[in-house]
Design a protein around this ligand. Structure first.
Ligand code: 5RP
Length: 263
């Protein structure tokens, strides 16, 4: 039958896998955890996008009746709608009765440390991701091997979402948290102005906020929870992209196409 064929995953890639193929391998493994009737947290990014495509295939094939999702960004909302995943706002999912609430969230990450702490939000969706994934029972993170790091902040920016009002002032307060930390720097994330007049504009999140990017020479050293608390105590900071103790499972697609599941 056509529908069964639609639900079959594409053949596993062979030979040298590209990073995108590895992301797809991890995403498809995560979707195996989805059961009929589940409400899902739907992540954002290219890896999560593969999970959305696979879910859409399975839904269209009738293999996952009753599945619905809460999107973590406007981009994911549009993608999920395009592939036919029914959507719910967070408040409805979180207060659902019966099977109740978000059972499982599936999302990518920018970095995963040995304790399964994450950096997320280099795509700019950290606030909604943290709200949705924090509201669910289980949070499955899908990554390719390149995302595994010895310390958070090793491979790029750690984002912080801030209110636009007084953002340069808030940036100054964030810098103070890391006073004396060698090689630390922070800046407002910008994008080229749409009109191409040569001026950069602040990057805007789905919530109309700005992003401060924090950079560390060799990753963040010190007590992550304490650093998190100090950042969140700054008036003007909305949320940061360190996801501490939130991941319940990490699915890693290794270079050779094998998969490691870490709980
Ligand atoms: C978006 C995210 C993404 O999950 C993260 O940036 C990883 O993206 P990708 O799967 O494209 O590598 O946190 O805010």
């Amino acid at each position: 039958m056509g529908s069964a064929a639609t639900a079959s995953p594409p053949p596993p890639p062979s030979g040298n896998l590209t990073q995108d193929e590895l992301k797809r391998v991890a995403a498809h493994r995560a979707v195996e955890f989805v059961e009929p009737g589940m409400t899902l947290g739907l992540g954002t990014g290219s890896t999560a996008g593969h999970a959305l495509d696979r879910l859409g295939d399975l839904l269209r094939a009738g293999a996952l009746p009753g599945v619905a999702g809460v999107p973590t960004s406007l981009k994911t909302e549009a993608h999920a709608a395009r592939v036919g995943i029914p959507l719910l706002p967070l408040e409805d999912a979180a207060s659902a009765s019966g099977a109740g609430g978000i059972r499982l969230s599936i999302d990518g990450a920018d970095e995963v440390d040995p304790d399964l702490n994450l950096v997320k939000g280099r795509g700019g969706s950290l606030l909604r991701e943290k709200m949705v994934e924090g509201a669910g029972d289980r949070f499955v993170v899908i990554v390719d091997e390149s995302k595994l790091v010895p310390r958070l902040g090793c491979t790029g920016a750690v984002p912080v979402e801030v209110i636009p009002f007084g953002a340069p002032h808030t940036l100054g307060l964030i810098r103070k948290v890391f006073d004396g930390v060698l090689g630390f720097h922070a800046r407002l994330r910008t994008v080229p102005a749409p009109k191409g007049d040569g001026l950069d504009a602040p990057f805007l999140t789905d919530n109309g906020n700005y992003i401060v990017e924090m950079f560390f020479e060799d990753g963040i050293r010190g007590d992550l929870r304490d650093i998190s608390d100090r950042l969140l105590r700054i008036t003007g900071v909305v949320e940061h992209g360190m996801f501490l103790g939130m991941a319940t499972t990490v699915i890693v697609a290794n270079k050779d196409g094998t998969v490691t599941v870490i709980n």
